[in-house]
Ligand binder design. Structure first.
Ligand code: FAD
Length: 493
């Protein structure tokens, strides 16, 4: 048995660094282990990850975070899903709501019945969509059979405030923070592992295990250890973003909005104290000036700060754990924030690392398993995002003609073929996005299957259609009586 890791060093204090530090303070302290985080105020953070998906609540819960305190400290609002505008056709609008879609009958997925009977819109059968349409919210109760039982929700929050909130918790849990700029990396001559990082003022911080949370630069994994990058830009050509905040406007919608433009798309994220906005675009298909003008023209209110530009390449690090370094966040890979998945990928990396945490021998088993699982997680997300582009009828610009015609990963092509035949969604894998999410986006993007599951015909149509009407009516009635989202947020503070 090798000795336990005694010194953990976290390089970077963005969302990834402080999430890792807060989790390490909670789960990895053993009385003697030291946890040190190094960040540079001069370099700063990317600071734009503000929309999340429901598993974030599990992360906060496991850290022992009180929801009211979190909402108060981070400017958070509720997110019940994403509204997509202009994606399949200009003028189209659909929701990707969180949580359960209707109720499965006798093991057959609910959407199969909807495909046959077409009563109302699909969104009528999501509790979260019924609430979002009315700007209402109440947390789910304990009874899983109640209309609110299948509800899932996430948050929009201020990334800077969330990092500061986690920092306070991490420091209270014993994490030592060092402010300074890392100028060099020292490696062990025998193992090749990272032995220490060297700050530009001469300080040396040694460690047994390192988290590379240094952002796009990937200071340890890429620069020091030379781990390569799988470039996915042939499937995801957007490579630039411009972010800008504006004043909060009412009503306070519990939705992220994504509006497609000529060569990219624009996000709108409502927070308590402001609205976050940004445009993601493909620089190979149009200019920065036009993208910036499009963004500014489509704000709800005048900008409250100067726009910030960012560049990226869609893809994933070849290995996210190499030697004694694991990468989290932007240093591990980047998939554009169309479904708000980056913070989740940090969270999933942390959870897997806690499970596979090494000792000082750094044996290959846990590391290889981690790399396999994380690649799978990134590929699932990639396929779901590529779907939004591939499944479009837009041909109005070179960008939309390009993505509509491009070849997609085999894994996505297989999913699309399965869907087209009888509306089936692969359900026996570990995809982050479940059947309702795929159905929302496939139908929202106008990909109609040729038929439905024949098992639907073995059920009594009258019984099924009256159950469907009952579900939609109950959801609408319950949603109509809930408090307004803004009032609920005020009450949660
Ligand atoms: P950073 O925030 O860049 O932090 C890097 C840290 O490393 C900083 O503290 C920096 O000071 C430090 N550092 C770097 N070099 C050195 C050095 N030499 N010495 C010392 N310290 C150093 N995610 C979502 O989940 N939802 C979203 O809605 C979302 N929107 C996004 C929109 C855009 C345009 C982009 C680009 C990303 C978005 N993301 C989103 C992703 C999200 O922002 C990131 O996953 C998250 O912020 C984590 O970033 P990070 O901590 O890895 O990197």
């Amino acid at each position: 048995m090798s000795a336990p890791v005694a010194r953990i060093v976290i390089v970077g204090g963005g969302t990834a660094g402080w999430m890792a530090a807060a989790a390490a303070a909670r789960f990895l302290t053993n009385g003697t282990r030291t946890i040190t985080l190094i960040e540079s105020d001069a370099i700063g953070t990317v600071g734009v990850g503000e929309a999340t998906i429901p598993p974030i609540r599990e992360f906060n819960h496991r850290l022992g975070i009180d929801e009211r305190e979190f909402v108060r400290e981070t400017g958070a609002t509720i997110k019940l899903g994403i509204e997509f505008v202009n994606w399949a056709r200009q003028g189209d609008r659909y929701l990707h709501p969180f949580g359960e879609l209707g109720h499965d009958f006798e093991g057959v997925a609910f959407h199969q019945f909807w495909l046959k009977h077409r009563i109302g819109t699909l969104e009528d059968y999501w509790m979260s969509a019924q609430m979002a349409r009315r700007d209402r919210f109440a947390p789910p109760g304990p009874d899983p059979r109640s209309p609110l039982g299948g509800l899932a929700y996430a948050y929009h929050f201020d990334a800077g405030l969330y990092a500061a909130f986690l920092r306070r918790r991490a420091e209270a849990g014993g994490v030592q923070r060092i402010e300074g700029r890392i100028a060099g990396v020292e490696r062990d001559g025998e193992s090749g592992h990272v032995a220490a990082v060297l700050l530009d003022d001469g300080r040396r911080v040694a460690g047994d295990f390192f988290f590379d949370c240094s952002g796009f630069r990937s200071l340890l994994l890429r620069e020091a250890l030379g781990v390569g990058y799988r470039d996915w830009s042939h499937w995801l050509p957007c490579d630039r973003a411009i972010a800008v905040p504006c004043a909060r406007t009412d009503p306070l919608t519990p939705l992220t909005r994504s509006t497609a433009h000529g060569y990219g798309w624009q996000w709108r994220i409502p927070l308590q104290h402001r609205t976050g906005n940004g445009i993601v675009y493909a620089s190979g298909f149009g200019s920065e000036e036009t993208a910036r003008a499009t963004l500014v023209d489509n704000l709800d209110a005048p900008a409250t700060d100067a726009p910030r530009s960012l560049s990226f390449t869609a893809g994933v690090r070849e290995r996210q754990w190499e030697g004694n370094v694991v990468s989290l966040g932007l240093s591990a890979g980047f998939i554009e924030p169309l479904e708000s998945t980056s913070i989740h990928l940090i969270q999933t990396g942390i959870a897997k690392l806690m499970w596979l945490f090494p000792d000082r021998a750094m044996g290959p088993r846990g590391r290889d398993e981690y790399n396999r699982l994380m690649h799978e997680a990134y590929e699932y997300v990639r396929d779901f995002i590529v779907l939004h582009y591939k499944a479009t009828e837009r041909r109005d610009t070179e960008f939309w003609r390009h993505v509509g015609a491009m070849a997609v990963p085999d894994s996505l092509a297989g999913k699309l073929e399965l869907w087209r035949e009888r509306g089936r969604v692969r359900r026996f894998d570990h995809d982050l996005f479940g059947v309702p999410s795929w159905v929302a986006v496939l139908l929202g993007q106008r990909i109609e299957p040729d038929g439905y599951d024949p098992l639907v015909d073995s059920m009594d149509d009258g019984r099924v259609t009256s159950a469907m009407r009952h579900i939609a009516a109950t959801y609408a009635e319950v949603a109509g009586k809930l408090p307004g989202h803004a009032d609920q947020i005020a009450a949660m503070r």
